[in-house]
Write a protein that binds this ligand. Structure first.
Ligand SMILES: *Cc1c(COP(=O)(O)O)cnc(C)c1O
Length: 433
């Protein structure tokens, strides 16, 4: 849909919702409660996705099976716990464009970054440096810094930052190429996001992988804001590894179990260079409790512990919804829905509210900045909150809003614009919204 196809009136949103083939998925979710007599306009799936009703059922079923079966649930629960993590495998493989043996649901994101960097950050000789982007999520930065420290390398000297040319501007691929050229033979690892959490920019992941390979460096992608948001083709792009959390666009609940990808070229059933635990041991012989380690096949070799079933159940429930909706249809709706938000912002708030998210490289999220110097950005955000609009504030001055195609409607986006106009003090009678 081009800009010209959108219309300003509420009737456009209503017609678009009626025509939306994914509209019934909204009923699969629990929405936060009304506040001040206003329904919740939830645009925060980038931070914590809404609760799928199915997740409630799946968790309750595990609690019931545990109550009724005790330890036998490992083998005879309706979804046996021993191989439970595998219920997530196909769904994760589909969303990430991977082979099933390349992915595994395990741990949480930062833990997985460490587990995978232990295998793929192997400094040797002059090749020791790690490249991150300058506005990297703090946890990713801390993880990279501490990995350098564990190998005795000072982060001051060995952590390189890919920096946008202007503050809040897009990352320029040529600048990354320049970093790799200037540090020829010295970069061991690139740790980069698929979608930048603050700006919402989708990075050219395929090109990042190509550059890393050309420089002889390993590359890991952090897909926290990418999975369930934009189409991914990890197997073809060929990063060495990737990791993600499941509570953002995957809607699996606070602290839900995340996931990891290891490219097929590294799946050699060799335990060398990996942190080992009993869940990475071949399942068939795990309970012989042998002293020697027999590796499991595929990315499952990186598993350490038996997984928390209660935190995996919502992941399984959520992945079913993604399978039913299909990432192609979700992406098509997402482009139209976020495009509609962009259109309403340009139409009604030009010069007052801007976005730092590149129009040609974005997923659901728009990162808004207040341009009008007479307005206090934080006050605008607080006034939105008072009207039961849920987005989020990110220091220093961005309001992130993300209409997600699985449960948000065009009506939500229209209502957001209407409440924003109130927050900016527009005349409710004379205004167009
Ligand atoms: C959300 C997010 C995290 C959070 O890490 P956890 O280990 O899940 O707490 C880390 N990195 C990025 C880029 C994120 O967006």
């Amino acid at each position: 849909m081009t800009q010209a196809d959108y219309r300003t009136g509420r009737d456009f949103a209503e017609a678009a919702d009626r025509a939306d083939p994914l509209r019934h998925f909204r009923d699969e979710f629990n929405f936060p409660v009304d506040r001040n007599g206003l329904s919740c306009v939830y645009l925060c799936g980038n931070s914590l996705g809404l609760q799928p009703k199915r997740a409630v059922r799946y968790v309750e079923e595990e609690l019931t099976d545990w109550a009724n079966l005790g330890v036998e649930g490992h083998l005879v629960a309706r979804r046996p716990w021993l191989p439970y993590h595998r219920l997530a495998t196909d769904g994760l493989a589909r969303l990430t464009g991977s082979e099933p043996r390349e992915v595994v649901a395990m741990n949480t994101l930062t833990v997985n970054l460490h587990v995978l960097m232990t295998s793929f950050y192997r400094p040797a000789g002059r090749r020791r440096k790690i490249v991150i982007e300058s506005t990297a999520f703090p946890s990713d930065r801390f993880a990279a810094m501490s990995q350098l420290g564990l190998h005795g390398h000072d982060p001051q000297a060995y952590l390189l930052e890919w920096t946008p040319r202007v503050a809040d501007g897009p990352l320029v691929l040529a600048d990354l190429e320049a970093i790799l050229a200037d540090n020829d033979g010295e970069v061991a690892l690139l740790l980069l996001p698929g979608v930048q959490y603050y700006s919402g920019e989708v990075l050219p992941m395929k090109e990042l992988c190509r550059l890393a390979r050309g420089a002889g460096a390993a590359i890991g992608l952090d897909l926290a804001h990418a999975i369930g948001n934009v189409p991914l083709s990890l197997h073809d792009w060929g990063p060495d590894f990737a990791a993600w959390c499941s509570y953002k666009y995957l809607n699996a609940g606070p602290g839900a179990i995340g996931g990891a990808f290891v490219h097929a070229r590294h799946l050699d059933n060799d335990p060398t260079g990996k942190l080992l635990g009993w869940w990475g041991h071949d399942e068939a012989t795990r309970f012989r409790m042998a002293k020697s380690f027999t590796p499991a096949d595929g990315a499952e070799l990186w598993q350490l512990s038996n997984p928390p079933i209660l935190s995996l159940a919502p992941v399984v429930a959520s992945l079913e919804l993604f399978a039913e909706a299909g990432m192609d249809r979700l992406r098509a709706k997402s482009e139209r829905l976020t495009g509609y938000l962009d259109f309403l912002l340009r139409t009604h708030f030009a010069g007052r509210i801007g976005t730092i998210t590149p129009a040609d490289a974005r997923g659901c999220q728009l990162s808004l900045v207040v341009l009008d110097g007479s307005l206090d950005a934080r006050e605008v955000f607080d006034t939105l909150v008072a009207q039961n609009v849920v987005g989020d504030w990110r220091e220093p001055n961005v309001i992130r809003v993300a209409p997600v195609p699985l449960y948000n409607s065009y009506g939500d986006v229209y209502e957001f614009a209407r409440r924003l106009s109130r927050a900016l003090g527009d005349d409710p009678v004379g205004g167009v919204l």
